[in-house]
Write a protein that binds this ligand. Structure first.
Ligand code: TXA
Ligand code: MG
Length: 311
């Protein structure tokens, strides 16, 4: 059910959950003040309680009161990349943030999104927690139709069109005197180098206790089996997900992810195409992963590897 900005604000203030557009993916929003609505988010998504939520605000000033010691470089990052697809995990005054929002950690994640509609809503509601608007494990929603697929036609959605980034925000944490990326996202690691002086490391979760709890879980996965290949052989028949510039001689059907010259375009299309596989009940598909392992391609590859993991 598509609703107006005013209606979204009214519902959020009255303690309901609403889907909102952001430039990365759609979010399931609840007021930070409404404990029951926050519970409802975990329930709706089927989200484990040990996976904390991102707090979204409309300004840096709205974040400061929650924070403990400001890590070095916080201001520089915030001023360079907010509003935008960056999330920072910061030490907080724990009494100010519900335990379930931060999964009992001494930190919380913050983001100031860029999409004009969500910014307008945030100005009127105050801080909102907002995980991606998908059932846990499924690809994030990058259009209002995706939210309807997961939560039904009557779920209240503020329609902001298709998301322009198409992949979640990049999450950074300050640890051991440096910033590191704990979830790759719409901003490539290279982009932070001019602000931080170095390209931040990407923390690859190896332990059962990753810095980013969400990395524990299966993600971004359609029902279809994805078979990732760097080299196409003519015997690879059936459905192929590939690039506009390439030929796939054996393919029965080619689904074009975008152009090799535009990882941004590919990122924008990726989840829509993964969701399309389920809609068409496609069982298995070859995916061309012969792309550079750098920049935004690195995030795209990571999402494809996760989506291809055995169920
Ligand atoms: O682009 C985005 O970030 C979207 C839009 C809606 O803003 N939101 C999003 O939220 O992707 P979600 O809940 O799907 O992913 C949030 C990730 C999870 O992997 C979670 O574990 C991590 O952020 N996270 C949240 N709080 C954290 C904390 N205190 N420490 C480490 N990781 C945290
Ligand atoms: Mg998510």
């Amino acid at each position: 059910m598509r609703i107006s900005t005013e209606e979204a604000v009214r519902l959020l203030i009255s303690g309901q959950v609403v889907a909102l557009p952001t430039e990365t993916v759609y979010g399931l929003a609840a007021s930070l003040e409404c404990s029951a609505a926050i519970d409802a988010i975990f329930q709706l998504k089927g989200r484990p309680a040990n996976n904390p939520l991102i707090i979204h605000t409309s300004s840096i000033d709205a974040i400061i009161p929650f924070l403990g010691k400001l890590p070095s470089g916080f201001r520089a990052l915030a001023e360079a990349f907010w509003p935008g697809p960056m999330t920072l995990v910061l030490p907080v005054k724990v009494a100010m943030i519900p335990v379930k929002v931060r999964a009992n950690l001494p930190t919380a994640a913050f983001r100031i999104p860029q999409h004009p509609l969500v910014r307008r809503v945030l100005e009127l509601t105050g801080p909102l927690v907002m995980p991606s608007a998908n059932l846990s494990g499924k690809p994030s929603a990058t259009a209002p139709e995706h939210v309807e697929t997961d939560f039904g036609d009557f779920f209240p959605i503020l329609d902001g069109g298709a998301c322009k980034c198409g992949l979640e925000s990049t999450i950074l944490i300050y640890q051991d005197d440096r910033w590191k990326i704990i979830r790759q996202g719409s901003l490539a690691a290279e982009i932070f180098a001019p602000v931080l002086g170095v390209k931040p490391d990407i923390d690859l979760p190896q332990s059962e206790n990753p810095l980013c709890p969400g990395q524990l879980y299966r993600h971004y996965a359609p029902n279809a089996k994805l078979k990732l290949v760097r080299e196409f052989l003519p015997e690879m028949r059936g459905v192929v997900i590939g690039y506009a510039e390439r030929m796939y001689p054996g393919a029965g059907q080619v689904i074009v992810l975008g152009s090799l010259s535009s990882p941004e375009g590919v990122a924008e299309n990726l989840y829509r195409i993964l969701r399309h596989l389920d809609q068409e009940s496609i069982q298995e598909v070859w995916v061309d992963i012969d792309v550079p392992n750098e920049g935004l391609w690195k995030t795209i590859l990571e999402r494809l590897f996760k989506a291809a993991k055995e169920k």
